[in-house]
Ligand binder design. Structure first.
Ligand code: OOG
Ligand code: MG
Length: 253
């Protein structure tokens, strides 16, 4: 099975909301996995979807432990994955969606230099709490690192709360995932690489290393601070981050 065939199976699984078996050893290595991911999103672009930003994955220990993997990964977000705050998510468009609370960064100006913690703020227009909806295209939501990278890091949806000034504190703030009024997961934002701003720096580095330009208006998702939780019909799911407000999605059939 070649990379193009793997990419079209992954795209079909996402379009039809039907899980497929993992590719395992058919994906040679991490480089092949990222090549496949690119082919997967190119199929989306060919249908008119637009690149809107990057997401990082496994930036917290909790996520690595939950999914049984060890390394930071990155994927691409498209406009079709974006949901309005307070919007409705139709569960029939997904296979087995999970929600996780995140922090989002909005890019202020096209990044054309190496970003560090020292100059990061210059490139951040605003920050917000976000909900990410992940939906592995693999059966039982199980995968190797290569499998999940090829599957565009399970990316399926995201919603962002009200944007806040870039200067607002994002370090060591309480991040919560609330389902139907009950806090189901919570942690400090420092669960994300010790400081969520480190995720912004890492995203800028990965974009640069992989020929993706992060332009003004692009979004970065820093990675979940807590494990992800399965969603079911009629759920109201909210992410909050101390000082940043909240973002909510309603799950319908
Ligand atoms: C992969 C995506 C991981 C995160 O925030 O850590 C991710 C997965 O867990 O299926 O988005
Ligand atoms: Mg995530």
């Amino acid at each position: 099975m070649n990379n193009t065939e793997i990419a079209s199976q992954l795209d079909k699984a996402a379009k039809e909301s039907v899980a497929i078996t993992q590719f395992g050893k058919n994906i040679a290595d991490l480089a092949a996995a990222y090549d496949i991911q690119k082919l997967v999103v190119e199929q989306r672009y060919a249908r008119g979807e637009r690149f809107v930003g990057l997401k990082l994955g496994f930036t917290s220990k909790a996520k690595m432990v939950q999914m049984g993997v060890q390394d930071l990964i990155w994927g691409r977000l498209t406009d079709k994955m974006h949901y309005e705050n307070e919007g409705v998510l139709h569960i029939s468009n997904f296979i087995h969606p999970r929600a996780e609370p995140e922090i989002a960064f909005l890019i202020k100006e096209t990044i054309e230099e190496v970003v560090t913690l020292d100059n990061a703020l210059q490139y951040i227009d605003s920050v917000a709490v976000a909900l990410e909806i992940i939906d592995s295209r693999y059966q039982n939501f199980k995968f190797s690192l290569e499998d999940v990278i090829a599957d565009n890091c399970s990316s399926a949806g995201f919603a962002v709360g009200e944007w806040q000034p870039a200067t607002i504190n994002v370090r060591d703030i309480l991040v919560q995932l609330i389902i139907n009024g009950e806090v189901v997961e919570q942690d400090s934002s420092n669960a994300i690489l010790g400081n969520p701003l480190e995720a912004f720096v890492a995203a800028a580095r990965l974009a640069r290393a992989n020929g993706e330009t992060l332009q003004k208006g692009a979004i970065i998702l820093a990675g979940a601070a807590t494990p992800a939780v399965f969603l079911k019909e009629n759920d109201k799911v909210t992410a909050t981050a101390e000082g940043l407000g909240s973002v909510t999605l309603y799950v319908s059939q």
